[in-house]
Design a protein around this ligand. Structure first.
Ligand SMILES: Cc1cc2nc3c(=O)[nH]c(=O)nc-3n(C[C@H](O)[C@H](O)[C@H](O)COP(=O)(O)OP(=O)(O)OC[C@H]3O[C@@H](n4cnc5c(N)ncnc54)[C@H](O)[C@@H]3O)c2cc1C
Length: 372
């Protein structure tokens, strides 16, 4: 039996596997996908995420990541642009997640792919390929609850979001427009993020409330038509070449702090399984990585899952609340037009918001992890 059984090989799971393996623990990681795959994500790597990746031995620039230092917000006929308070990066999850999983394997973790977790308790895990066990169990399966947890998962929202993602090859002028910029288009019931990633491709990732999607028409082409019809922000689509046969999609997305709504079962819940921050702020990957650093620090000092939850809330709770408040406010037509009015008058407010909705750096903790 491994010291740690990690469920899910996304950012949180793979990062925990690297750190625990480096600390001399035996690690067994289970991932349902058999190989590299695309994931719903804006693919905007914030500065905090980048720092964590470097500590894990990953240099995103060497993987082809492109710099992003401006943000453009489009709402109705308004367009506001400002400098980001840091240089972010655009890198696809297809490349990044695989690099981190390779790193975990290189550090000594046993990575078992093509195995789906079905359910678990503090002692054992039921999978599509039989039972697996570990002294500690770390759940890092991402945005949705695993099958047996669906009913009482705390992921409840009367009108959840549906997420879509597509990569495109853009026309020359559209590409020039997007250089070093993340473009956020706000609309009733959701938003769309557009930015460049490695290889000269653009990533479009959007979320929309299920009720609004029903009104738009439900299909991907209806959604694209809705985006194209917006006064600004959709014109690039006319000449863009989609690069997947169909978009990557996810349903029933529910944001917020999940840990608070769950009983303590002794399982360390990482990344989106602990809490999903507002994707609009582009810091979810940093939070997922941070949760791995935190959980490993707790495990190394013999602290239990309950203590990890408290530390997770203390470090991440405030960021999550602020980011969620911003995302929810911008969804409401009245608050959105008020917010856009303010941003038009003071574009620098955008730079401030980009900073205020980030998880803060913890130099002391980083120094500790670097020493591992
Ligand atoms: C629309 C949208 C846009 C976003 N944009 C950004 C952004 O631009 N920047 C940013 O920083 N964050 C963004 N995020 C957030 C970010 O994607 C997540 O916070 C981050 O991926 C969480 O990492 P994770 O490791 O917890 O989960 P994941 O990265 O989702 O990894 C989970 C892994 O578990 C595996 N898995 C799932 N179920 C099972 C199972 N039953 N058995 C075995 N394996 C399983 C999956 O295959 C996957 O590899 C966005 C989120 C959304 C919804």
């Amino acid at each position: 039996m491994a010291d740690a059984l990690i469920l899910g090989g996304g950012l949180a799971g793979a990062a925990a596997a690297v750190l625990l393996s480096r600390a001399g623990k035996t690690v067994h990681l289970i991932e349902r996908e058999t190989g590299p795959h695309h994931k719903i994500c804006g693919e905007f790597l914030s500065i905090e995420a980048r720092h964590h990746l470097v500590e894990l031995g990953i240099d995103p620039a060497r993987l082809g990541a492109v710099p992003i230092d401006r943000v453009r917000v489009i709402a109705g006929d308004a367009q506001i642009e400002a400098k980001l308070p840091f240089t972010a990066l655009g890198l696809s999850r297809h490349v990044l997640d695989e690099a981190l999983l390779d790193r975990a394997q290189g550090a000594g973790a046993r990575v078992e792919r093509g195995v789906r977790v079905l359910g678990m308790d503090a002692m054992a895990v039921r999978t599509s390929h039989g039972e697996r066990s570990g002294t500690s169990i770390l759940l890092a399966t991402g945005k949705l609850p695993v099958r047996e947890e669906r009913k009482d998962s705390g992921h409840k929202d009367a009108d959840p979001y549906v997420g879509f993602k597509m990569h495109y090859r853009l026309s020359g002028p559209a590409r020039a427009q997007l250089e070093a910029t993340v473009q956020l288009t706000l609309f009733d019931g959701g938003y769309a993020g557009l930015q460049m990633v490695e290889g000269g491709f653009a990533n479009l990732c959007l979320i929309v409330r299920r009720s609004r999607l029903t009104r738009i028409g439900r299909s991907w082409s209806d959604l694209q038509a809705m985006l194209s019809s917006l006064p600004r922000g959709g014109e690039w689509l006319a000449e863009a070449e989609p690069l997947f046969a169909r978009p990557v999609t996810i349903g029933n997305l529910s944001y917020g702090e999940v840990l608070r709504r769950r009983p303590d079962d002794g399982i360390f819940r990482l990344g989106d399984q602990a809490g999903m921050t507002a994707s609009l702020t582009g810091d979810g990957m940093a939070l997922a990585l941070r949760s791995a650093f935190l959980a490993v620090a707790c495990l190394r000092s013999g602290e239990d899952a309950q203590t990890y939850r408290q530390r997770h809330r203390a470090e991440i709770g405030r960021q999550l609340t602020r980011a969620m408040a911003l995302q929810r406010a911008l969804e409401q037509p009245l608050l959105r037009s008020l917010g856009v009015g303010l941003l038009r008058a003071w574009p620098g407010l955008l730079t401030y918001l980009a900073s205020a909705t980030r998880v803060t750096e913890r130099p002391a903790e980083h120094a500790l992890e670097r020493a591992l």
